[in-house]
Design a protein around this ligand. Structure first.
Ligand code: CP
Length: 323
């Protein structure tokens, strides 16, 4: 078993699993560069060996997926990742659960806790929900997205995607574009990619910029052409209308004209710039279909593929407990 060592990021996958300093995975903020690199190396190993027969880390363990918000990629990939590691997976369909009868998050969690799951994978619309749960259950908690706060496994899979395609993260210019204010993906990626030495630009209308942004060590642009000029990675984000008051953008058509990624705007980026999007996409709102489907430039499907590998690394690490 490997702890995150200074050698863990040299491009070779560690043969053994990673252990983290925390028993929960609640966010990228606070994780050390060594922990992040070790998880990426282990994810890289699982990407090359998706059905690694030696990995039975979750054998005899129960993983509960508790999703209060919709999900296709995250829920499915956590299930696949857990099963590939030999775990038993229980998916709680909140729409068909006692949540609909008024049960609170904590009551639901303590009810599930009484059945002694080993890992609780939680998505919730409230920032801080995963941390709150971690204080009230015996299971280890993995944050699968909490409100506008963090989506740590998305950032890990994004970094794994970049690292496998370009070979490094350090020194890259990454433009994160769109609805930053409502994006947990942006927040986790800012922490992770800047920790690993990327330069981060945020590109969005002033109405979609978070208030606390000056503390995050990023450059801010309110026009797309300047914001993505010479960028190596252009990461587009969905307009999260479910978290909006309705006054942030005049119309989706105007938003696309100013901040949607099309070929004209992309021509300003670095010649071999790559396109990312965490999904789900709104074609014609934040990204033109031709760009999204350009297999030479778009990493969107690779991001989905890396989701399973990155989550295998996280589940394995969490199943081993804290250092
Ligand atoms: N990127 C992401 O979290 O997608 P889902 O909402 O489909 O899980």
């Amino acid at each position: 078993m490997t702890t995150p060592t200074p050698n863990a990021h040299k491009g070779q996958s560690p043969a053994e699993a990673v252990r983290l300093s925390s028993r929960h995975l609640l966010g990228i903020e606070g994780m050390s560069p060594l922990e992040i690199r070790a998880l990426l190396d282990r994810g890289n190993h699982f990407a090359d060996h998706p059905t690694d027969g030696n990995s039975v880390a979750l054998h005899g363990k129960t993983i509960v997926n508790l999703f209060y918000e919709n999900s296709t990629r995250t829920r499915t990939s956590f299930e696949l990742a857990a099963k590939r590691l030999g775990g038993s997976v229980l998916n709680i369909a909140v729409a068909g659960s006692s949540v609909k009868k008024g049960e609170t998050l904590l009551d639901t969690a303590t009810t599930l806790n009484a059945m002694h799951p080993d890992i609780l994978v939680v998505r919730h619309n409230c920032s801080g929900a995963a941390r709150l749960l971690s204080q009230h259950v015996d299971a280890a908690v993995i944050n699968a997205g909490d409100g506008r706060h963090e989506h740590p496994t998305q950032a890990l899979l994004d970094a794994l995607t970049i690292q496998r395609r370009i070979g490094r993260i350090e020194g890259l210019t990454v433009a994160i574009c769109g609805d930053i204010a409502n994006s947990r993906v942006a927040r986790s990626n800012i922490h992770l990619l800047s920790t690993l030495g990327a330069k981060i630009r945020l590109v969005c209308p002033p109405t979609l910029l978070p208030a606390d942004i000056q503390h995050m060590g990023v450059e801010v642009y309110t026009d797309m052409e300047s914001g993505i000029a010479d960028a190596d990675i252009v990461m587009m984000l969905r307009l999260q209308t479910e978290r909006m008051a309705g006054t942030e953008t005049p119309s989706q058509r105007e938003y696309f004209n100013l901040f949607g990624l099309n070929q004209d705007k992309l021509n300003r980026a670095a010649p071999r710039a790559l396109i990312m999007h965490p999904g789900p996409m709104n074609r014609g709102v934040e990204i033109d279909s031709a760009i999204a489907d350009d297999v030479e430039k778009s990493l969107i499907h690779i991001q989905v593929e890396m989701g399973v590998a990155a989550r295998m690394a996280c589940l394995e690490a969490i199943s081993l407990g804290a250092l």
